[in-house]
Design a protein around this ligand. Structure first.
Ligand code: ZN
Length: 131
């Protein structure tokens, strides 16, 4: 997927601001291009997992649609582990259309993953657009 430097930085900043807990949110866009970042609340307030608040998810979806965008990625941070899908992340991931972005605060890196019907994880290239 394609992501602007600005949104990339926004995910990194959100991840750092939520420490020691995981940060989470959505990326809205068109096709495979990210256009808008939504910072959501981690209802778990945990350093090892996250969950969304349904009302916030709904408001995010509504706002994205209002802007003519779709939710193309979910992101969350790993405060002290690498940017890869944990067993729990794979268990919770069930949308084959969605991209799963993980920002590792420790590694200062963002990675993008997809999941298929058999829960096979593949990494998708992230193209950073300098704008
Ligand atoms: Zn995770």
């Amino acid at each position: 997927m394609k992501i602007s430097r600005e949104i990339y930085q926004g995910i990194a900043e959100h991840s750092i601001s939520e420490l020691p807990n995981e940060a989470c949110g959505y990326i809205a866009g068109k096709g495979d291009t990210a256009e808008k970042q939504y910072r959501l609340t981690n209802a778990d307030a945990s350093c090892e997992h996250f969950s969304f608040i349904p009302e916030e998810q709904f408001a995010t979806l509504k706002d994205a649609r209002k802007h003519g965008l779709a939710l193309i990625a979910v992101y969350h941070s790993h405060p002290s582990t690498p940017a890869r899908m944990s067993d729990e992340d794979i268990r919770l991931a069930n949308d084959t259309e969605m991209r799963y972005l993980i920002y590792s605060v420790k590694e200062k890196s963002l990675k993008c993953f997809r999941i298929d019907d058999n829960k096979n994880v593949t990494e998708e290239e992230l193209i950073i657009l300098e704008m």
